[in-house]
Ligand binder design. Structure first.
Ligand code: M6R
Length: 367
């Protein structure tokens, strides 16, 4: 079933142009300039009246949720909270019938997420599921939803389910912005086209960066720690890159907002610390360049995910992983790919079982 690939994880990474496409198909029509999301339309009235959206998830799905927060707040001007399901379920949260809860789960069986949703539903909230496994517990509990179409994910480390979640969150944010009248037609059309171009851009990374990333993996496989930094839409991608590395390579890694670095983590930086910057070209670019300079000044080893043609960072980093230029709002979908590959190849270099990392289960059905 792995076909020509050594591991499910690698196969699933390479499936992403297709699985992102599958998650957009029948929903996004860039030529006609429309989005159809029947699940969202079903709860339109609730969404129009909603005070806020609460996103509930765990792990990688929680990282997708953070990007969802940025998207919905920016495009829909609606307040969003992102909650770890395990905290939300136990801390007696304030839930009202005017809350719409977005539940994000690949498996649809994560115990903490499921119980958090059951509690919120009892208190009258509307539950919208973004789930990969059809007919799973969370999918059945939800009042409405939009499935991700990533297909079965076997590797314990989530890859293609994450990008499918991001694709669906993009559609939700855009559709909701249209419903709420908070987006100009011009921006709406631009973002539809950008989203439509994502599968080809992911394909480009998989065609053109694998050898480069393998070499980078060989160079850094013995590091004891990694720091991952990003800003804006790429901050959750830094968190996700660090989680992938921890799960697959057992190297300690931390993700941080790049500007938060000076409030503590910068104390860790010395010549033995690789610092991975997610530094695609966006409104924060100048700021992230100065964050890179701060690391360079302390002799940290900078590895950066950069947009094609961005020579400024090329000259400042020890290694770069290149992705095609894209609008900052869709950038996370493309920027995460090199980080998945980096974790994978470092894990392989270290001789580890990347599909079944120690201590982890594919779905966490215990609390
Ligand atoms: O099935 P879910 O999306 O609810 O799972 C949530 C987390 O357990 C999951 O994302 C976990 O963090 C993965 N191992 C990440 O690679």
């Amino acid at each position: 079933e792995k076909g020509n690939f050594d591991h499910f994880m690698l196969k699933e990474i390479h499936e992403q142009p297709q699985t992102i496409q599958d998650s957009l198909r029948g929903r996004l029509n860039a030529e006609q300039g429309t989005i159809t999301l029947s699940g969202l339309e079903k709860i339109q009235d609730k969404l129009r009246e909603a005070n806020r959206i609460v996103i509930v998830a765990c792990g990688t799905s929680w990282h997708a949720g953070l990007i969802g927060e940025y998207l919905i707040e920016e495009l829909c001007r609606l307040n969003v909270e992102v909650e770890y399901a395990s905290e939300y379920r136990y801390r007696n949260p304030i839930v009202s019938p005017k809350d719409v809860i977005l539940a994000i789960s690949q498996s649809g069986e994560t115990a903490d997420t499921l119980v958090a949703l059951e509690n919120a539903k009892k208190q009258g909230a509307t539950i919208f599921g973004i789930v990969n496994v059809v007919g799973s517990s969370i999918a059945r509990l939800a009042d409405a939803g939009a499935y991700t179409h990533a297909g079965p994910e076997i590797g314990v480390a989530s890859t293609k389910a994450f990008t499918a979640q991001l694709a669906v969150l993009q559609l939700i944010a855009l559709k909701l912005a249209e419903i709420r009248g908070t987006i100009s037609n011009e921006l709406f059309q631009t973002l539809l086209r950008e989203l439509d171009d994502v599968p080809a851009k992911v394909e480009w990374v998989l065609k053109n960066q694998v050898e480069n990333i393998k070499a980078i993996a060989r160079g850094y496989k013995d590091a004891a720690n990694f720091l991952y930094l990003g800003r804006g839409y790429n901050f959750p991608i830094a968190l996700e890159g660090a989680l992938k590395l921890k799960e697959i390579t057992y190297i300690h890694a931390e993700g941080y907002p790049a500007a938060e670095m000076k409030h503590g983590p910068i104390a860790l930086v010395d010549e033995s610390l690789p610092v991975v910057f997610v530094a695609t070209k966006d409104v924060y670019h100048e700021k992230i360049v100065s964050n890179i300079q701060e690391i360079n000044a302390r002799k940290g080893k900078v590895v950066a995910v950069v947009s094609e043609g961005d020579d400024a960072i090329n000259d400042m980093a020890e290694a770069v992983m290149v992705v095609p230029a894209c609008h900052e709002i869709v950038a996370p979908l493309v920027a995460v790919i090199p980080l998945q590959l980096l974790a994978y190849y470092i894990g392989v270099e270290r001789g580890l079982d990347v599909d079944k990392p120690r201590n982890l289960a594919k779905s966490v059905t215990v609390e």
